[in-house]
Design a binder for this molecule. Structure first.
Ligand code: GAL
Length: 811
């Protein structure tokens, strides 16, 4: 868990050190004031290096997201073995076709005039893509390899108190090092932590809740410290900040304090009620306060049991989860908390209760939000172990770094109540062979040593091999990626008594695009490089959502699923891996802009048990399809519904067991298209009309309409409002096929940050203030400045009435 932050920049560091005497530690998050340059600049480690011509940037930063997209970037001529390919072909957009390869340097300066021999300084990186080498005042402090790892170095002996300190970071990215867009740069926070020599160690606190009853919870807090003759006082505060108990101890076990603190009538953490407590630990030497840290935690019990599967707080709970890659669409990989919050809001409405950080360490921001908003978390570490999937992947570092990377993952994140499971790997080729079994055990033991409270899984695709070798049997949680046909056999062969769908579906679709005839198909491609939103297209290794639903509904030992994926991501444009200009995925339930595809409503109809879902597809603008068969699907939480076209009934459909699709979707397969109104009336259990929805054929695009659910943002230079742009005809009916080119202007205390339309084949750059609509929509991201005030966005397009929206920001 993160310490409270003091975001201090160069100018205020001196004052803060001078004035805040009682302050025991400072965390200086280096956001502004960075200089950046691509290329190799070994001379940039020197303090007197002239970087005045370098770009001014803020961190988190992704140098590659500004493009341009280029077919030749990281063109991988490979056979993707895990997809069953045997012959190498040219894969163009596999890593997003964005310029992430190469070297680049970051520089920053800071003064620490009050630093003295009683203090210690640490530099902490929450992710640096990749192979970071860190220098201070011309000296190398250390290096790391994995771009997703959290790591820190002690820089006490490198800093100067008499002159400005120069921090220089070199990063370098190789081609063929990833299967998706990895991003590039210092894409997560970099902080300098100044504390006393006698202090709590970095990631030194471990909070668990080993006993929970209705009346009492035992909170165990282990705190690693440096120094002698110390005393630790820990107070627990409830969500209102009221102290509920405290404990004081002088008893050290080696360098660790071990406190048990009782909480009466504890409020438990769960996705439905994400209650958080705070611990405040103060470290004293005599009466001198030496250190103070604050951690948020939750009281919750997790159990994985052979008979009942997974339980949270004693209740059998199924994972209604999604896998997410780390990029944030048009923002690239530069972490942004409001972008992550928006993703989680969208997923919450769908009824999702869990996230898997595929296939690497999550951002700390994402974990903080999952704690607060109520999502369980499967934190993954690696996509490769010692055997390669891509030539320059993690296989190069596995032997030397895997242990350190796992230890840091666990220590940095273990106090987040949202994390309920670790994953040591995804579809690692080491599933084959005896060394792989050993590696699986070795990694799982590292996780267990660091955290005895959570189980470990691996997403397995070589299920037959892992049944034979013992690989699957040794895991705490056997995770199956796809392979729905092997669930039953795996359940029988594996000893755990349950199966997790660690990765499911990989159904593909493009928002608002529908293809005819409507039929189930594997690896189906079309001339426009889009996939159909009738949600019947999947990959040769994958399946449809309904196949997973059947297993979960009929087999109580399936403990849930993590769908591939919650949102589209940059890179891996299957089934168009070889088709330029496809450059981002088609797997998302939501597109790259975060706009829901139809599939969103299919999952919502099942997962969101509080709100009704009633959704019609396709859109009803089919110029040229008059009289042709144009099936209509309804995704709904109701069991049955009647469809009407221009007032004429097309009959009642009821969910039934005829096919897997019939169980979960209402489908009218023989509708003949005519313009007009398509209306659906849903019935409750007694057959009474309960709800209705209609969609209409739109005329020509007439007016631009802007809409956002976040009209007020924080004036902190980071917060975002996502504005959805659509066009309507002169009667206000949305135009679902519009592709107008639009331009954007922002005035006042906001800046234009990026736009995205969700089209996986678009080569328009996100940061330029113009873009075409895709299937009638796009999304604009407006970022606050550091001044509070009004923000005006206007959007125009040729022949269209302008759209305007007013937002405001506050301090
Ligand atoms: C899985 C893999 C994911 C992604 C997905 C696409 O096998 O774990 O990273 O490639 O396939 O369907």
């Amino acid at each position: 868990m993160r310490y409270f932050k003091h975001i201090l920049f160069l100018l205020c560091i001196i004052t803060s050190f001078g004035t805040l005497k009682a302050q025991t530690r400072d965390i200086i998050t280096l956001k502004k004031g960075w200089k950046f340059n691509k290329g190799n600049h070994p001379e940039a480690i020197k303090s007197n290096f002239d970087d005045s011509h370098w770009e001014d940037i803020t961190v988190p930063h992704d140098w590659a997201i500004y493009g341009p997209f280029d077919k030749n970037i990281d063109k991988q001529v490979v056979a993707i073995e895990q997809n069953g390919e045997e012959v190498a072909t040219e894969k163009t957009g596999r890593t997003g076709a964005l310029p992430y390869i190469g070297e680049a340097w970051y520089r920053h300066t800071f003064s620490l005039p009050n630093f003295n021999t009683n203090k210690k300084a640490i530099i902490l990186f929450e992710g640096a893509m990749s192979q970071p080498e860190v220098f201070i005042n011309g000296q190398k402090v250390g290096e790391w390899k994995y771009g997703y790892a959290y790591f820190y170095f002690d820089i006490t002996d490198y800093i100067s108190t008499t002159q400005e300190n120069t921090l220089a970071v070199k990063l370098s990215n190789q081609g063929e090092s990833s299967r998706w867009y990895p991003g590039a740069g210092l894409y997560r926070n970099v902080s300098i932590i100044i504390k006393n020599k006698e202090s709590i160690d970095q990631w030194g606190t471990f909070i668990t809740t080993p006993l929970i009853t209705q009346e009492i919870a035992k909170v165990n807090i282990k705190t690693r410290v440096s120094g002698k003759d110390l005393r630790l006082v820990t107070a627990i505060l409830d969500a209102d900040g009221k102290q509920v108990n405290s404990n004081e101890t002088v008893q050290l076990f080696n360098n660790e304090f071990d406190q048990n603190i009782a909480i009466n009538n504890p409020n438990l953490w769960s996705p439905e009620s994400p209650y958080l407590y705070t611990s405040v630990s103060r470290l004293y030497a005599g009466n001198d306060l030496k250190d103070e840290i604050t951690n948020r935690f939750g009281i919750r019990q997790i159990e994985y049991n052979q008979k009942t599967g997974f339980s949270l707080n004693g209740e059998i709970t199924k994972f209604k989860g999604v896998c997410l890659h780390h990029d944030l669409g048009p923002l690239g990989t530069a972490v942004n908390k409001s972008a992550l919050r928006r993703q989680l809001r969208i997923l919450k409405d769908m009824g999702c209760n869990a996230i898997r950080s595929s296939h690497n360490m999550p951002s700390i921001e994402q974990l903080e939000l999952c704690d607060e908003m109520g999502f369980m978390f499967l934190a993954e570490s690696f996509d490769e172990w010692a055997k390669p999937k891509v030539k320059n992947g993690y296989n190069l570092y596995f032997d030397t770094y895997a242990e350190k990377d796992v230890v840091n993952l666990v220590r940095a994140t273990r106090n987040h109540p949202c994390i309920v499971m670790w994953s040591s790997g995804n579809e690692v080729p080491d599933q084959w062979g005896a060394e792989g079994v050993k590696r699986a055990k070795w990694l799982q033991d590292i996780f267990h040593n660091e955290d005895p409270t959570r189980p470990v899984t691996v997403g397995m695709d070589q299920v037959k091999a892992t049944m034979e070798s013992g690989f699957g049997a040794l895991l705490d949680v056997p995770g199956l990626n796809y392979r729905v046909h092997l669930y039953e056999e795996a359940y029988n062969k594996f000893p755990q008594g349950f199966i997790l769908g660690s990765e499911t579906a990989s159904t593909v679709s493009s928002r608002g695009i529908y293809k005819f005839p409507v039929e189930k198909a594997s690896m189906k491609t079309y001339d426009d490089f889009q996939s159909s939103s009738y949600d019947l297209e999947y990959c040769s290794w994958s399946n449809l959502p309904d196949d997973d639903f059947v297993l979960q509904d009929d087999k109580p030992w399936v403990i849930g699923e993590f769908i591939w994926t919650g949102f589209d991501y940059l890179g891996e444009p299957t089934p168009y891996d070889e088709a330029w200009p496809s450059r981002s995925s088609y797997f998302g339930i939501n597109d790259l802009a975060g706009l829901p595809k139809d599939r969103y409503y299919l999952y919502r109809s099942r997962w969101n048990t509080k709100d009704e879902t009633l959704h019609i597809l396709p859109h009803w603008n089919w110029d040229g399809r008059e009289g042709k068969t144009t099936p209509v699907f309804v995704y709904t939480s109701y069991d049955s519904a009647e469809l009407f076209l221009n007032g004429k009934s097309l009959g009642v459909q009821k969910k039934n067991n005829d096919t897997k699709q019939n169980r979960y979707r209402l489908m009218w397969m023989d509708v003949r298209y005519e313009t007009g109104t398509l209306k659906v009336i849903a019935f409750d259990k007694d057959g009474n009309p309960a709800s209705e929805k209609e969609i209409k054929t739109a005329g020509k695009p007439h007016q631009i309409v802007l809409d956002t659910d976040v009209k007020t943002i924080k004036a902190n230079g980071e917060d975002l409002s996502y504005v959805t742009v659509s066009v309507v005809d002169k009667n206000g009916i949305p135009c679902p096929t519009a592709t107008n080119q639009l331009t954007f202007k922002v005035k006042g205390e906001g800046t234009y940050r990026a736009a995205c339309n969700g089209d996986a084949t678009s080569l328009e750059l996100f940061h330029l203030p113009t873009m075409k609509l895709f299937s009638g929509k796009l999304v604009i991201l407006i970022q606050s400045t550091e001044n509070a005030g009004n923000i005006e966005l206007s959007v125009s397009g040729k022949g269209l009435k302008k759209g305007n929206i007013s937002l405001s920001s506050f301090k």
